[in-house]
Ligand binder design. Structure first.
Ligand code: FAD
Length: 613
């Protein structure tokens, strides 16, 4: 319990903490056989205070915080139980201020070394001055140096990294398995199904090349099994990795009860966990439109779609973003007729239109309908099917007023889980949408509480979550780290794939940046022609003055793999020549990045694109 007062000028808070006996199992009264500290002793977090003995075992009770022992209220021979006062600690809390200092970074535009604001944590705080629980009552059931709330790609990465750096970590997860959305109902199951879809699509296209297969017979149970096995291998692997690192996993729903405690509810049983640092990695959930009749088994979110309950004859995908289109790719390959409805004027709104136009053309030839600039205003389950009403612009004569489908997938986005964890009880600010703002070290407005992944903002991508996770864990472990990535690549694992990194051309235009571009059509790539991927294109965007690569966009097979080279180039501040003069293996799709940079500098001989001088 905090009973001290603050010294505002020094940022130092003196507090007295009552240290009580934590949950020690099913023992009413255990005997104290040793008292290991005396008034005046300095103790660290985890310093053993007393040893107790039952008829089965003896155990040491550690200090939950650092400080000076003020008084010891127990003695050898006393019988104590959970909640009994052991001693009081005088603790000095240093307000863990974030200092900013100048750091140099090469400027993308000018190539000059510029001074940027670099956020560096006050990590030099000595252990005895670590932040302690301002409202910790001393009766926590468990204690950890670091508690990570949520075990998605952000959470498990942070937990494992911190454990590798010597922290005692507790990972809280409400679901019975680790891995979060990504492993269980996101990236991994979708890619397991997309691989099958891709092979089926290719096998179908082979008939035009003289190799015909019989029509595929889809056994959805087996396919679901395959997907579940892939997921199972990874989630079981995570469990093993947690064990190897001695990361304790607590399954249950976590909610903050104070700046240093989280209450975890497991099957009705509540346990309080006390921590020095916390990383919120609570992720996001499917965004639910209020008028959607979710109770109808034919109305799906992405998690339902991944379950492969049935292959509908006609399927509506509400939302032409990445998740909706990936699911469209899967269900189309499995035999469904697809209609996509998108509110904005094009599919995958974040990508440049010159990449998306040919993509839309391919999909228009494949899907039953793509309705752009169109809103779904009603979804009504009937015995004949799910009737959906559309609102299109007045001059749009093609979009019907309504249509009936066998299944409807609503994939209009995800919403952060920030409002569902009682963050206010820890003093953590959550905005009205549920996002938690962080600085470049992933620190929230509360110094010892960090946040990462989907819950801190866009883009909601697993590789952003894992990168942020390492930053947070390393800062907590005392390293001088901050989030400084120049780019977070985006990939739609559709057929063909769409990938981009750095700045898009639209962003460069909007910012008034002087840029140039090089575009290489895959129709001129030997490899693309050989693998039936001639509809693709690679575009590089670079600074007009410095020739540094500013961005890259790729449409085509394996774009998601290819974009890694451009991402590295953007991250390292490579210029167009660096890529043009790098010998790429022939014949590969990776050459198209090389060729696009050659187009940019006028040296490409694979197409006729002399540079205008
Ligand atoms: P999550 O993965 O959302 O994990 C949060 C975890 O916290 C969950 O396990 C949740 O149960 C737990 N939790 C939440 N609140 C509590 C609480 N109060 N107590 C205890 N536990 C709690 N991203 C990509 O980069 N590539 C892709 O290909 C890709 N494909 C996707 C496909 C689909 C269908 C979907 C839905 C998403 C996809 N994503 C993809 C996005 C990706 O899954 C997320 O960006 C990523 O999972 C975010 O990681 P996270 O750690 O922030 O949170």
């Amino acid at each position: 319990k905090l009973v001290g007062n603050a010294h505002p000028t020094k940022g130092l808070v003196m507090s007295t903490i009552e240290v009580k006996v934590p949950n020690i199992g099913d023992f009413d009264a255990v005997e104290i056989i040793e008292v290991l500290v005396a008034p005046g002793d300095d103790v660290q977090v985890e310093t053993s205070l007393i040893t107790v003995e039952s008829d089965k075992a003896s155990m040491e009770i550690p200090s939950p915080a650092a400080g000076k022992v003020k008084s010891v209220v127990v003695k050898v021979g006393d019988k104590i139980a959970e909640g009994a006062l052991i001693l009081t600690l005088e603790s000095s809390v240093v307000e863990n201020k974030v200092e900013t200092k100048a750091a140099s970074k090469t400027d993308l535009k000018t190539g000059a070394i510029e001074s940027t604001e670099r956020v560096v944590a006050a990590k030099s705080v000595p252990p005895s001055e670590k932040t302690v629980a301002a409202s910790f009552s001393g009766t926590a059931d468990m204690h950890a140096d670091l508690v990570v709330l949520g075990s998605g790609p952000g959470g498990y990465t942070a937990a494992f990294r911190a454990a590798d750096l010597g922290k005692k970590v507790l990972l809280i997860e409400k679901e019975p398995v680790l891995g979060g959305v990504c492993l269980n109902v996101g990236c991994i199951p979708s890619k397991a199904l997309l691989h099958v879809a891709e092979v089926m699509e290719e096998a179908h296209e082979f008939s035009a090349l003289g190799v015909a297969y019989a029509s595929p017979k889809v056994d959805t149970d087996k396919l679901r099994d395959h997907k579940n096995k892939v997921v199972g291998k990874l989630t079981t692997g995570l469990k093993g990795l947690a064990k190897q690192r001695k990361v304790e996993v607590l399954h249950g729903y976590g909610r903050f009860t104070s700046p240093h405690t989280i209450e975890v509810e497991t099957d009705g049983k509540k346990q309080t966990v006390q921590f020095e640092h916390c990383i919120i990695a609570a992720g996001s959930s499917v965004m639910k439109l209020p008028f959607v009749p979710w109770e109808d088994p034919r109305v799906w979110d992405s998690t339902d779609a991944l379950e492969l309950h049935q292959i509908p004859k006609r399927m509506l995908i509400v939302g032409g973003g990445i998740i909706g289109l990936e699911m469209a790719t899967v269900y189309h390959a499995l035999g469904a007729k697809i209609t996509v409805v998108e509110l904005s004027s094009g599919l995958i709104p974040g990508a440049d239109r010159d990449l998306i136009r040919p993509f839309e053309k391919i999909l228009k030839g494949r899907y039953e309908n793509i309705f752009l600039n169109t809103k779904v205003s009603e979804i009504k389950p009937t015995t004949k099917g799910v009737v959906c009403k559309f609102e299109a612009p007045a001059d749009d004569k093609n979009t019907p007023k309504e249509d009936t489908f066998d299944a409807v997938l609503v994939a209009i986005g995800r919403t952060p889980n920030g409002k569902l964890i009682d963050a206010d009880k820890a003093g953590v600010a959550v905005d009205e949408r549920g996002f938690i703002a962080v600085d470049k070290q992933q620190r929230t407005n509360v110094n010892h509480i960090f946040a990462i992944g989907d819950v801190v903002g866009q883009p909601m991508l697993a590789h952003k979550a894992t990168h942020e996770a390492k930053v947070a864990a390393e800062v907590i472990a005392g390293q001088k780290r901050y989030f400084d990535a120049r780019t977070i690549p985006s990939v739609a694992y559709t057929s063909p794939e769409v990938a981009w990194c750095g700045q898009t051309e639209d962003q460069l235009k909007a910012a008034g940046t002087a840029y140039e571009k090089g575009v290489f059509p895959w129709a001129a790539s030997g490899r693309a022609l050989s693998v039936g991927a001639e509809a693709g294109m690679t575009k590089v965007l670079f600074d007009r003055e410095t020739h540094r690569l500013l961005g890259c966009g790729i449409l085509g097979k394996n774009a998601g793999e290819l974009i890694a080279e451009a991402t590295l180039a953007v991250e390292m501040g490579a210029d167009v020549n660096d890529i043009a003069l790098t010998i790429h293996p022939h014949p590969t799709l990776s050459e198209t990045i090389n060729f696009a940079t050659e187009v940019a500098e006028g040296s490409c001989t694979d197409i006729f694109a002399p540079k205008k001088h």
